[in-house]
Structures are given as C-alpha cells and as structure tokens.
Design a protein around this ligand. Structure first.
Ligand SMILES: Cc1cc2nc3c(=O)[nH]c(=O)nc-3n(C[C@H](O)[C@H](O)[C@H](O)COP(=O)(O)OP(=O)(O)OC[C@H]3O[C@@H](n4cnc5c(N)ncnc54)[C@H](O)[C@@H]3O)c2cc1C
Length: 103
C-alpha cells in the first residue's frame, strides 16, 4: 500500500509538471490540466484511503489526522470541475481530434 501511494504520488507530480510546462510555454493546457486535475483528485483519494486502511481503527479516529485529511480531500473530486465533467471535456476533445477538428 505504501508503494502504491508512492506510485500515485509520482504519477500525480508528473502530470502536474506536464500541465505546468505547457502553461509556462504560453499554452492553454486545457487537456493536460483536465487530465492532471482528475488524476490528482482521484489519486489523493486512493492515497488517503490506503493510509486509513493501514492505520486500522486509529485511521478513522480523531487520535490521528488521517480521518480529517480524508474529509478534506473528498471535495477535490467535486470542485474546480467534478471528475465527470473533466472526463466529458476530454472525451469531447478526443472525438473532435479523431474527426479531424483540432480546435
Ligand atoms: C469545498 C468547496 C470549495 C469550493 N470553492 C469554490 C470556489 O472557490 N469558487 C467557485 O466558483 N466554486 C467553488 N466551489 C463550487 C464547485 O466548483 C462546484 O461545487 C462544482 O463545480 C460542482 O458544481 P455543483 O456543486 O453545482 O454540482 P453539479 O454541477 O450539480 O454536479 C453534481 C454531480 O453531478 C455529476 N455531473 C455534473 N455534470 C455532469 C456531466 N456533464 N456529466 C456527468 N456527470 C455530471 C458529477 O458527479 C457532479 O459531482 C466549491 C465547492 C466545494 C465543495
């Protein structure tokens, strides 16, 4: 579980850097920011959920900060566009690209 957390965190950092590089280069980063936002929100949820599981009962108690972090992480998949909306936007762009419209 610790290794899986490391993998999720490393992948999140890599996707964020891709979007940041595009923005630094003056691009809109619409696709890469949607990918990074959706992946990060869901990866952080998985990371906190594994941390909760590894801590057992303590993980859901107020003795550790894990339950508080889990509660604070949950809205990530809703604000700045729910995951479903980013997926809709990514799918629309992908279908347009396949159809030859590169807007
Ligand atoms: C902690 C927190 C902080 C926030 N901060 C800000 C802020 O600073 N500024 C700001 O402007 N807003 C902020 N918001 C609002 C946030 O951006 C909205 O909650 C978010 O855009 C979702 O809109 P909604 O709540 O109206 O949900 P709805 O749009 O009603 O969506 C509800 C659910 O329906 C599903 N859904 C919606 N659209 C689709 C679709 N096209 N396809 C499939 N499923 C879909 C998703 O599962 C979604 O979670 C914040 C929200 C929270 C929880």
């Amino acid at each position: 579980m610790i290794a899986d957390n490391e993998i999720d965190l490393a992948a999140t950092r890599a996707l964020l850097l891709t979007a940041c590089h595009e923005l630094d280069d003056g691009g809109r980063a619409s696709k890469s920011s949607s990918i990074a936002k959706t992946f990060a929100a869901e990866a952080l949820h998985r990371v906190v959920d594994r941390a909760t599981q590894m801590c057992g009962g303590l993980g859901v108690s107020t003795d550790l900060p894990v339950a508080k972090i889990a509660r604070e992480i949950r809205p990530f998949r809703i604000y700045d566009g729910p995951s479903q909306v980013h997926r809709w936007s990514l799918a629309k762009r992908a279908v347009r690209t396949i159809a030859g419209d590169h807007r």
